[in-house]
Design a protein around this ligand. Structure first.
Ligand code: FES
Length: 112
């Protein structure tokens, strides 16, 4: 049912935890299944408003949810780390699912 990559990220999630001095924290929940996700970002800025110059130096997450949601968040953090804000905004749910070797159809919403 799940790819080896999904199982790997579920069993050993990358970048799990908190960043105490985070530049920003985002939290979202899925009312349909009750899963919640919190993401901490540490962003290095050059002081300008140009998101091409703001680099995500560190990212951590706390996800309370299913295995696919945990694996998706873990993969997302790998995809985002070291990217500029502009590059990170270009990452789609499909990119996350593809990087995990695909998700079973009923679990595609977990990558959103
Ligand atoms: Fe809701 Fe996976 S079942 S995010």
């Amino acid at each position: 049912m799940y790819s080896d990559k999904v199982l790997e990220h579920f069993q050993n999630p990358h970048n799990q935890g908190q960043i105490p001095d985070a530049s920003g924290i985002g939290e979202v929940g899925n009312p349909a299944c009750g899963d919640t996700m919190k993401i901490y970002l540490k962003v290095k800025s050059d002081g300008s408003d140009n998101i091409d110059n703001h680099i995500i130096e560190d990212i951590k997450f706390e996800t309370l949810g299913c295995g696919a949601a945990i694996a998706s968040t873990s993969m997302l953090t790998d995809l985002v780390k070291g990217k500029t804000i502009k590059q990170a905004l270009g990452i789609s749910k499909q990119d996350v699912a593809d990087s995990l070797g695909g998700l079973p159809k009923p679990k595609v919403h977990c990558s959103v």
